[in-house]
Design a protein around this ligand. Structure first.
Ligand SMILES: [Zn+2]
Length: 293
């Protein structure tokens, strides 16, 4: 049984259905964030889009050719063993619900690990984008895709989660990542309701703040439940007060594709600006879990 079954029927189905659906979601979000922008842009879109597209050019195929096949291959290898056999005894809807919750918790905890020193070397390529919009959702170093294989494909397999569920969740994961990275200004009343369940553009914008404490919040991918449980939910920062990025990299001129691809080789930087100042915010604008404009 291959570990990376690149042409497995599940993956061909993913290509046939999930990929075009995700492209449509992306197109819809692009139109929405253009018509109803949330945060002011600091850079012209074409220059960032081009850079983000060039970074996505190796990372998306890397995900399709390694991470996604490993999700299927490793789950199939683990299927005859104990956890999967135990899960198979559960009623189908209970098993599916449990699998989805476990996968989303793994996505949350993996994202927290990405902010730990070693993996931050890779993840900061995503975070040092100076604005955040739909294209930020695809701006990942290809090394982050490879590094995620043991956690995002290996652990679900060890826990007995079925490959079809892992791939279906992956499609939802991608759609939610596109949504919460987008610069779409949802009506505040709608987003206040939505954020009780799902990670929203305002919530994830706070995660991309240059203020350290704010970047250490809102790690969730689909559900906000895990941030609530771990007390990492922070919604009380106005979007117009946010500066997006990593303080050590405020200069677009020092973010060429070559520099970004080589960034994982450099040690993690202290959370300060090049002039030594530390981005800070004096007083919170309201209760921690209250979403404000
Ligand atoms: Zn992050």
């Amino acid at each position: 049984m291959p570990v990376f079954p690149v042409s497995h029927p599940f993956l061909r189905r993913f290509d046939r259905w999930a990929t075009p659906a995700l492209a449509l979601v992306g197109l819809g979000l692009l139109l929405l964030e253009t018509r109803h922008p949330l945060r002011r842009r600091t850079r012209p879109r074409p220059e960032r889009w081009l850079r983000n597209a060039v970074l996505a050019a190796p990372s998306l195929p890397t995900a399709r050719l390694t991470l996604l096949p490993a999700m299927v291959g490793l789950a199939q290898l683990a299927a005859p063993h104990y956890p999967a056999r135990q899960l198979a005894r559960l009623p189908a809807p209970v098993r599916l619900g449990l699998e989805v919750l476990v996968l989303d918790y793994l996505a949350y905890s993996w994202h927290r690990l990405l902010h730990a020193p070693l993996l931050w070397r890779l993840h900061r390529v995503h975070h040092n984008d100076l604005d955040m919009d739909l294209t930020t959702a695809w701006r990942f170093h290809f090394g982050e895709m490879l590094a995620s294989i043991p956690y995002r494909a290996g652990l679900p397999a060890l826990l007995g989660i079925r490959p079809a569920t892992v791939l279906a969740y992956e499609a939802v994961f991608e759609a939610c990542a596109a949504f919460h990275h987008s610069n779409w200004r949802l009506p505040l009343a709608v987003e206040r309701r939505l954020v009780r369940v799902l990670v929203t553009p305002r919530a994830h914008g706070i995660h991309h703040s240059v203020v350290h404490r704010e970047s250490q919040s809102n790690f969730g991918v689909v559900l906000t439940l895990w941030d609530s449980l771990h007390r990492t939910l922070r919604l009380n920062v106005p979007q117009q007060a946010l500066t997006i990025g990593v303080p050590a990299y405020p200069d677009y001129a020092h973010q060429t594709v070559a520099q970004l691809l080589a960034l994982p080789l450099a040690p993690s930087e202290p959370w300060v600006r090049p002039d030594g100042t530390v981005p800070a915010r004096s007083a919170p604008a309201g209760p921690l879990e209250a979403l404000i404009y």
